[in-house]
Write a protein that binds this ligand. Structure first.
Ligand SMILES: Nc1ncnc2c1ncn2[C@@H]1O[C@H](COP(=O)(O)OP(=O)(O)OP(=O)(O)O)[C@@H](O)[C@H]1O
Ligand SMILES: O=P(O)(O)OC[C@H]1O[C@H](OP(=O)(O)OP(=O)(O)O)[C@H](O)[C@@H]1O
Ligand SMILES: [Mg+2]
Length: 296
């Protein structure tokens, strides 16, 4: 019997860009999320885990201190935090494929930029001072970093800074503010992180079960089950075309000597071009099916 103290704690963003996808990933991993008496925690009724619904900035601290054994947070927030720490504070368990964005340097239209050297002596506004300072240091550039907690895109117009360093996804915010990308400081996506503090055996067991399920969900996201029929002479070529397949299953077709059914799990995207190549190689009746669950 698992008691309350043996429940894991997973910190996710309460409300913002990562919230919906974080919850969706947990739901797909089979976790039934219940809302608690307040909005700051959510209990999972079929797994020994409680969710902590917090500001994303607090997640690295909670994971470092072991208050939460796990957290889902953007690489940008995590690395900015880590640069202020003397020792490693967490382990990255998985890249989650959502919250994709990049920390980029941008300049007003018409402002010249050839290389990081163009930033020398300039003022750059950002909410990520440590990551920006590391980028400047790595490029041997001295510039003034102006820290802002938000609305960084306004800095050039307010004459606070001549460049900005902020998160960009579609680029629409930059464009709306008359700015364009000139360089990249960090590519980011949501990460699952784990504390380095040791867990009790009960928590360790639950943690391993959770990770196996999350890895299974991530593995199915790009994977497809592919089936086709093919003559024997086409089998070798088909094996080379199938993306991300180590060993397809090859089964003789009843009543059709020399013909086989080929089944395989493709762990990479299957494009129309792949199907056309398979057909040209001699495959027929090609089916591509989604995979609902997977445990490796
Ligand atoms: N435009 C974007 N597209 C995709 N992902 C983004 C984008 N902007 C930010 N992100 C990612 O989502 C994370 C959360 O972004 P959000 O804007 O919701 O944070 P926030 O305003 O700091 O929220 P909080 O209130 O939790 O502090 C970012 O740290 C980053 O990893
Ligand atoms: O390139 P885009 O697709 O336009 O996205 C970039 C914007 O998204 C983020 O802000 P967000 O909208 O999350 O608001 P926030 O600054 O209040 O966190 C980021 O700080 C940029 O302002
Ligand atoms: Mg935040």
């Amino acid at each position: 019997m698992i008691g309350t103290s043996d429940r894991l704690h997973l910190a996710i963003q309460k409300s913002g860009r990562l919230s919906d996808s974080s919850r969706a990933l947990l739901r797909e991993s089979g976790l039934r999320i219940q809302h608690g008496k307040n909005d700051l925690t959510a209990r999972v009724d079929n797994f020994p885990i409680d969710l902590m619904l917090v500001r994303d900035d607090d997640i690295p601290t909670f994971v470092r201190d072991g208050v939460c054994e796990f957290g889902i947070v953007g690489r940008n927030v995590l690395e900015e935090f880590a640069l202020g720490e003397a020792e490693p504070a967490y382990e990255v368990i998985a890249e989650l494929g959502f919250g994709t964005c990049a920390l980029r340097v941008a300049a007003p239209e018409g402002k010249a930029y050839d290389s990081p050297a163009s930033l020398a002596g300039e003022r750059i506004a950002t909410s990520y001072p440590r990551l920006l300072k590391r980028f400047l240091e790595e490029n041997g550039v001295e510039a003034t970093v102006i820290e802002m907690s938000g609305a960084v895109e306004l800095a050039p117009r307010l004459h606070i800074a001549s460049y900005i360093c902020d998160l960009v996804s579609t680029g629409a915010t930059l464009e709306a503010n008359g700015l364009h990308v000139v360089d990249t400081v960090l590519e980011s996506e949501a990460l699952l992180v784990r504390t380095l503090k040791p867990l009790t055996p009960e928590k360790e067991e639950a943690a391993e079960m959770l990770l196996m399920r999350i890895r299974g969900v991530l593995a199915t996201q790009d994977s497809k089950y592919i089936m086709m029929n093919a003559p024997e002479e086409a089998l070798a070529t088909i094996g080379e075309i199938l993306p991300g397949v180590e060993a397809p299953t090859v089964i003789p077709l009843a009543g059709r000597p020399g013909h086989f059914a080929v089944h395989a799990v493709c762990q990479e995207s299957v494009f129309w071009e792949t199907l056309q190549k398979l057909k040209a190689a001699g495959a027929s009746a090609i089916l591509v099916l989604p995979i609902e669950k997977m445990m490796m």
